[in-house]
Structure formats: C-alpha cells, structure tokens
Design a protein around this ligand. Structure first.
Ligand code: ATP
Length: 241
C-alpha cells in the first residue's frame, strides 16, 4: 500500500573515501509502501548510498532519517534493529549452511519460534524451488537460486525497508523476471524497497518512482513511467531507441 508518508529521507548526503568524493549532496526519499529504483552508471554512487544508510560508511555531511529516527551516525546493528535489511551485490549467502539454516538466520531478530516457522513456510510457498532444496548447502545452489535465497532471507526478516543491490546481476532474463516478481511480492506484503539496478528496464517495470544519479548526485527523478519515457534515460540506460 502506497502512502505519502516518508519512510527513508536522505538529504544533502556527502560521503568521502579518502580523497574520493563519492556522494555530493545526494537527496532521496522512499515513502511507506513504495518501490524506488536507484539507477546510474558504474561508479555513480549507488552502492555507497545503500552502505551509508546501513551504517557501513560514514556520511561527512547530510542526514539519513528512517521513520522519523535519525540514523545518520548509527552503526549497522542499530540500523538493522530499526527495520532495514540490505541485500548486497553478489548475494552473500552462507555457502556452507543449508537453505533452511540461511532462512533461519534471516529471522534472527524474530523471538517467537512459531512465528519464525510460519514466515519460513511462507517463503517456501512463494519460492517452491527453495523448499525442494531446503537441506542443500547454499553454496551449491545455482546463481539464480542463491539470489532467491538472499531475497527469501529478507522476506523472513519482513523489513520496513528492503535495500537490494543489483539483484538481477548475472541472471538469465527469465530468472530476472522471477526475481522482480518476488520483490513485488515482498513489497505487497508491506516492505518499502530501494532497488539499485543497472537493468533499468526491469527495475522501472516494478518501481513506483526512480532516481538517476551521476557523480554522487541526483540528475533526474520522477515516476517510473516518466523515467521510462524520458529520452535521456532511454538513451543512457534502456539501450537507445
Ligand atoms: P557500480 O554500479 O559500478 O557498482 P556504484 O554506482 O554502486 O557503481 P559506488 O560503488 O557507490 O558506485 O562508488 C562510487 C565511487 O566511490 C566510485 O568512484 C568508486 O570508485 C568510489 N569508491 C567506492 N568504494 C570505495 C572505497 N572503498 N575506497 C575508495 N573509493 C571507493
């Protein structure tokens, strides 16, 4: 359900890595119930934006607020406790643990064992492929299955805000569609989503709004439909006309 209430508000964010000025006054809002796509070329600052929200890199200026709580200087565990789940690029599932154990870890903040089982069962219902492989080591899954597991783990956590970094990376087109469908399901279940993608076409299909960033600042923003029709976006990110 989309509302006009802001959930994540980033204003005037600056991040430096030594001498590299990666974010330069970036501002971005994700409202409750929204999917927002964050698009941009290599090195534009997309991953840095997610890392700053997660408390993995420090802002040198600006503010990050989630549901009214100032998280600008918060360390990663506090951000997780505030309801943010970050699925980094490259999946990062636990390769030696089984599918089931990976899903259990996704719910480590869920105290009630019965509730945790219920959520894991829901993931198995939504992603039957994972159910068939529940006893299999995560590292032996295919790339697409590992991505589904990483997203399934986020589904168990039921975050207020789910941040995904390039979930379509390296996946076949049909698998990309399946991954995007699951992201939409998670969103329908109540999580707002900030989606970093190089695959602008796939992202804009499921997003409500989008931001295009270049050199650490927003250069374009609008509804997903507006961006998909914008000549500059078509030229730079949708493979021309
Ligand atoms: P990609 O699509 O290639 O992943 P991105 O938009 O996610 O790119 P970032 O990873 O956020 O871009 O990088 C933004 C800028 O910051 C780049 O110029 C990058 O070289 C630089 N950068 C990122 N991480 C570091 C780091 N740990 N140390 C130094 N510079 C970094």
């Amino acid at each position: 359900m989309r509302t006009t209430d802001p959930l994540l508000e980033i204003t005037g964010l600056d991040v430096h890595y030594g001498g590299v000025h990666a974010l330069r006054g970036l501002s971005l809002t994700v409202r409750e119930g929204e999917i927002v796509a964050l698009l941009g070329n290599n090195g534009a600052g997309k991953t840095t934006t997610l890392s700053a929200v997660s408390g993995l890199v420090r802002a040198s200026a600006g503010r990050i607020v989630l549901g009214g709580e100032d998280l600008t200087r918060a360390a990663a565990p506090k951000v997780v406790a505030a309801g943010v789940v970050h699925v980094p690029e490259g999946r990062r599932i636990f390769g030696l643990l089984t599918v089931h154990e990976n899903l259990q870890l996704g719910g480590y903040l869920v105290r009630d064992a019965r509730e945790l089982r219920r959520r894991i069962d829901q993931v198995y219902e939504l992603l039957p492929r994972l159910a068939e492989r529940r006893g299999q080591q995560g590292g032996t899954l295919s790339g697409g299955e590992q991505q589904m597991l990483a997203i399934g783990r986020a589904l168990v956590a039921r975050p207020r805000l789910l941040m995904l970094d390039e979930p379509s990376m390296g996946l076949a087109p049909l698998v990309v569609t399946a991954v995007m469908d699951v992201i939409r399901d998670i969103n329908a279940a109540g999580s707002a989503v900030l989606l970093v993608e190089q695959n602008a076409k796939a992202a804009l299909k499921i997003a409500d709004r989008g931001h295009v960033i270049e050199n650490g600042r927003t250069v374009l923003e609008g509804s997903a439909a507006e961006l998909a029709a914008d000549a500059r976006v078509v030229e730079a990110y949708l493979g021309g006309v």
